[in-house]
Write a protein that binds this ligand. Structure first.
Ligand code: HAM
Length: 420
């Protein structure tokens, strides 16, 4: 038997309504905040991610699905959306169409991680990106957007962690201090961190290896080394969060797993999840556009994991999707009735009602059981008697009543009765 690939999921018909309801809520909220959807291809040139996210990040060095196509081009299934959004923004010159671009997405992504609860190899994110302004209001609006969506869903027990990773100016000094702190113990760090030491020491702060985590405990903090501009920016973001009544905890060691960040970084975690407790992460990336050969474009964004959100919703008993109902189940008895049934379904469906008929030649008892299973509102019985009298025996399932309705008025009847 051929099985699905490890770390991927089939989303079965009884689960898709949950996804659709959540996606609808996300779209509604993105509309309120005036963000517009951008869709990008499922694969890109590998270079986009290698340059955009950073060679020494876990995503690029260990987790990308990268392959050569038949033309020997190196391609990668997208592991995140920020670099593709920026690529599309530059390539389609969106900066020339509007001075500020507020974009959102809902997309499947691919990372070859070790699968566990809340960590998949194909997963889904929704996210938003504001391209074209360094204004700290844009950072605060972005956090407010994520926070409001989670509130609209009904999530509780969320924690927002916030930090500033400065810019290359203040980071240069900080890197020297960090390396001084690490140097005496460098041989105790994991091989990955030893590699990162020269090329990208900040990454060492994001290492999940318990030995490295312990060694990092008293490391100097970037927030204590911010330049005046970055400090003012960080203070302005915090002030706006206070005004918006969004509680946050400062985490001086939050650096995030991608290299493109400058200044603001944040994560939102849920106490309902285990080890993989981040439902959302984001921050500012003022230099990514330049890195990808585009025009200077300061930007900020976030992305949230949909599978993790659904896990938290499940834990908190939050149900967004209405229970599915079938409006009309047509129960034909005999070949003649079955032959006429489909044309009736077509007429009923044209009114906007959902309709279905038995295609398995079941007994009336079995058909009623099926109608119940599908939570049906009206069952239309069409037997020999009914054919002769040119009428349906209609069961109003909610009321537990049965009445006869002539063929010529059945559509009218269903329309009126279903609107009640
Ligand atoms: P990220 O932190 O890599 O950031 O991912 C954001 C969220 O996606 C995570 O908090 C988590 O909920 C979900 N996620 C990540 N990996 C997995 C996985 N393997 N399985 C299930 N869920 C996962 C980014 O991707 C950045 N592009 C966010 C961003 C947007 N920064 C600026 N703009």
């Amino acid at each position: 038997m051929i099985r699905r690939i490890k770390g991927t999921q089939d989303i079965l018909p009884d689960e898709t309504p949950k996804w659709v309801a959540l996606e609808n809520l996300i779209r509604k909220m993105m509309g309120r905040y005036n963000f517009h959807e951008l869709r990008t291809p499922i694969f890109e040139q590998t270079q986009l991610f290698a340059r955009g996210i950073g060679q020494l990040t876990d995503i690029v060095s260990k987790e990308m699905y990268t392959f050569l196509d038949r033309g020997k081009k190196q391609l990668t299934l997208k592991p995140e959306m920020t670099a593709p959004i920026m690529r599309a923004y530059i390539e389609n010159k969106l900066y020339a169409k509007a001075p500020l671009n507020k974009l959102f997405y809902i997309a499947p992504l691919f990372r070859q991680e070790n699968p566990q609860a809340g960590r998949l190899r194909q997963f889904h994110q929704f996210g938003a990106e504001t391209l074209g302004t360094p204004d700290p209001n844009a950072d605060a609006e972005m956090i407010d957007l994520a926070w409001s969506i989670f509130k609209e869903i009904g999530l509780t027990n969320l924690t927002l962690r916030l930090n500033s990773v400065g810019d290359p100016n203040c980071r240069a000094d900080y890197k020297i201090k960090l390396k001084e702190y690490i140097r005496p113990n460098l041989d105790k760090y994991c091989p990955d961190c030893q590699r990162r030491y020269d090329e990208n020491p900040l990454r060492i702060l994001d290492c999940k290896n318990p030995t490295c985590v312990a060694l990092n405990q008293n490391a100097p903090k970037l927030v204590d080394n911010l330049c005046d501009d970055c400090r003012a920016h960080y203070d302005a973001v915090k002030e706006q969060l206070h005004r918006l009544n969004i509680p946050f905890a400062e985490d001086p060691y939050l650096v995030r797993g991608l290299d493109y960040y400058t200044r603001t970084v944040f994560e939102i975690t849920s106490s309902a999840l285990g080890a993989q407790n981040a439902i959302c992460g984001g921050g500012r990336y003022d230099l990514l556009a330049k890195e990808l050969d585009g025009p200077d474009t300061p930007a900020v964004g976030f992305a949230a994991g949909i599978e993790r959100l659904l896990m938290v919703m499940e834990q908190q008993g939050i149900v967004l999707a209405k229970k599915a109902r079938l409006d009309v189940f047509l129960a034909p008895l005999g070949d003649k009735a079955r032959a006429e049934g489909l044309a009736w379904l077509q007429k009923i469906r044209a009114t906007g009602l959902s309709a279905e008929m038995d295609l398995l030649g079941r007994s009336i008892k079995a058909q009623m059981r099926e109608a119940n299973r599908q939570n049906t509102r009206f069952v239309l019985i069409l037997g020999e008697n009914e054919l002769e009298k040119q009428e349906f025996a209609v069961k109003l399932m909610d009321k537990g009543e049965q009445i006869n309705v002539p063929f010529e008025t059945i559509i009218d009847f269903l329309e009126k009765e279903s609107a009640k």
